[in-house]
Design a protein around this ligand. Structure first.
Ligand code: SF4
Length: 97
């Protein structure tokens, strides 16, 4: 059984994930969501999944249990470019145009 990470473990990982996602957003000409409570919540979810499941799985989707399907939802996910084009933001509202 996987032990849930502590809030301290999650908080320690968030700055690294924030830096990585900011860098990726800049490369793409996007930004992170300026609503920081939303961004912080998504970043914490990514950190939690990294600590619990080994990868930064999307925190806004339930795992299917099928690793072939779930690997498409490691952030940045398979749907990102299409969602950005269509909606101007990703499914989790982390990346914004
Ligand atoms: S929707 Fe995709 S890009 Fe946005 S946080 Fe989830 S996995 Fe990352």
């Amino acid at each position: 059984m996987t032990t849930a990470p502590t809030q301290e473990e999650i908080a320690a990982l968030v700055p690294k994930i924030r830096a990585d996602t900011e860098k990726f957003a800049k490369l793409k000409g996007w930004t992170l969501n300026p609503n920081d409570p939303i961004t912080e919540s998504v970043l914490e979810g990514l950190a939690r999944n990294k600590l619990m499941r080994g990868k930064r799985f999307c925190p806004c989707r339930l795992p299917s249990g099928d690793s072939e399907i779930d690997k498409h939802y490691i952030c940045p996910c398979r749907d990102l470019d299409e969602d950005m084009e269509k909606d101007g933001h990703c499914h989790c509202y982390l990346y914004m145009k």
